[in-house]
Write a protein that binds this ligand. Structure first.
Ligand SMILES: *Cc1c(COP(=O)(O)O)cnc(C)c1O
Length: 436
């Protein structure tokens, strides 16, 4: 497999684009080598500048649940473009998308913004406005966009102190962010005992940004109880999980009742969008109804709204969720079978259409255990998969996404590639007993 064109483009890109990219994970730093440049996406596949074809498990990090270039979405977006791009006044499509999302999530009201980052930072502001309290609890390893207050170091030993995880974030900006541990109720209880001023607990209902990590039932039940007892709001960040594992929220599947829900990714079908929603009593705080200010020049623009409406309508029609579970199970089995054959320690965490293989021997239940995964093995695995025509997120700590257009052939090809790639990992760790 050749990457000549991608290499040339990467050299060119680095001149004016920082690190050759507009979002850091795209630089492939954690797997080494040159990032591929994508020329085209169609259905379940993407094609790079050298003409290599890959089955795409990145799916733009989640939005493209219908795969690339869905006919109906293309048609609806094209129609919308011809009627104008943005108005700075409300259009009917905003009402339609709001209706679809509010019905699926049992919400009274919603506000559209332009990204998941904006959705979460607005939701946090809203929780503070509504409760009159300042602090928020966030979980180590959960990602909620790049707002200052939410970029708090999740690194192991320092995790209990609120230290900024990025240069340029002042200590003051994170002093109200408290860090707890996923699946560790005691860590939440401790914070709630120590601090009286907690407005909200912010959580990914299924964690996807440390790789896929599932919440335990007792953890979720405990959170709900603590929140109730202390008048703390629960902000469920469904930017990644919304509409991903059912037509609605992961919150329904794990029985977590959100006070505020945040959205992004799938609800824009690949166009920039985000949203936050809640019951009327809470949303009433937002301007122009209330005193919490939040605005956006391109918020609710008709092109993103059309893409969202078309994507969700098509998704409801296709209802691919049972197929996702079956395909997820198929891939898990492929992983576990080959891992056993080659003696590679491996964990597979999955939920609906999200999946992460972790290169470690112990179950992954939080950020700390995720960090035990062997990233050197992941590197070898990643490039072996690329060689076999499978594109996956270039980091051990990301979720793979299924799209509704993936078919049996894609699954078989992926299973074969997994077997090949794990054999390469075994060679590296010196346990390649093919006949075991
Ligand atoms: C992707 C993501 C965000 C940030 O969304 P952007 O559109 O990238 O700003 C926030 N929360 C979660 C859970 C996400 O997966």
């Amino acid at each position: 497999m050749q990457f000549k064109q991608s290499q040339a483009l990467f050299t060119q890109a680095q001149k004016h684009l920082v690190g050759g990219v507009n979002s850091p994970v795209r630089a492939f730093q954690s797997v080494g080598g040159t990032p591929i440049f994508i020329k085209k996406g169609l259905g379940s596949k993407i094609y790079d500048a050298d003409g290599n074809e890959y089955v795409d498990f990145v799916q733009a990090y989640g939005p493209l649940i219908l795969g690339h270039g869905n006919d109906y979405v293309c048609q609806q977006v094209s129609h919308s473009l011809l009627d104008g791009f943005a108005f700075g006044a409300t259009n009917e499509k905003e009402i339609q998308l709001a209706e679809i999302i509010c019905r699926a999530f049992h919400l009274d009201k919603i506000r559209f913004v332009n990204s998941g980052t904006e959705a979460v930072l607005s939701a946090v502001r809203l929780a503070r406005a509504f409760t009159g309290k300042n602090k928020i609890i966030k979980f180590a390893g959960c990602y909620h966009g790049h707002d200052d207050a939410l970029l708090v170091s999740a690194g192991s030993g320092l995790a209990t102190f609120s230290l900024p995880g990025s240069k340029g974030v002042p200590q003051d900006a994170v002093k109200n962010t408290l860090i707890a541990h996923y699946n560790d109720l005691a860590s939440v209880e401790k914070l709630v005992e120590q601090h009286k001023d907690i407005a909200a607990i912010l959580i990914e209902p299924i964690a996807g940004n440390m790789g896929v990590v599932l919440p335990e039932t007792s953890f979720i039940q405990g959170l709900q109880k603590i929140a109730q007892e202390h008048q703390i709001l629960i902000i469920v960040d469904e930017v990644m999980t919304g509409f991903r594992s059912k037509f609605g929220g992961a919150q329904d599947l794990i029985h977590l009742k959100a006070d505020i829900t945040t959205f992004g990714k799938i609800i824009g079908g690949g166009f920039p969008v985000g949203a936050y929603g809640a019951r009327a009593e809470i949303m009433q705080m937002v301007a122009p109804l209330g005193g919490m200010y939040q605005a956006g020049t391109l918020s609710g623009n008709p092109v993103s709204m059309s893409a969202g409406i078309a994507t969700l309508s098509e998704l409801a029609r296709e209802n691919p969720y049972a197929k996702f579970s079956a395909q997820g199970e198929f891939l898990e089995n492929a992983f576990l079978t080959s891992a056993k054959k080659y003696h590679v320690p491996l964990q597979v965490n999955r939920f609906g259409s999200m999946l992460t293989p972790f290169f470690c021997a112990e179950p992954v239940t939080n950020f700390e255990s995720a960090q035990k995964a062997d990233t050197e093995k992941f590197k070898v695995f990643f490039w072996a998969m690329m060689e076999q025509g499978i594109f996956l997120p270039p980091s051990q700590f990301e979720a793979w996404f299924l799209s509704s257009v993936m078919d049996e052939e894609d699954m078989q090809k992926t299973a074969k590639a997994i077997d090949y790639a794990l054999a390469q990992v075994a060679k590296m760790q010196g346990t390649n007993h093919d006949n075991a």
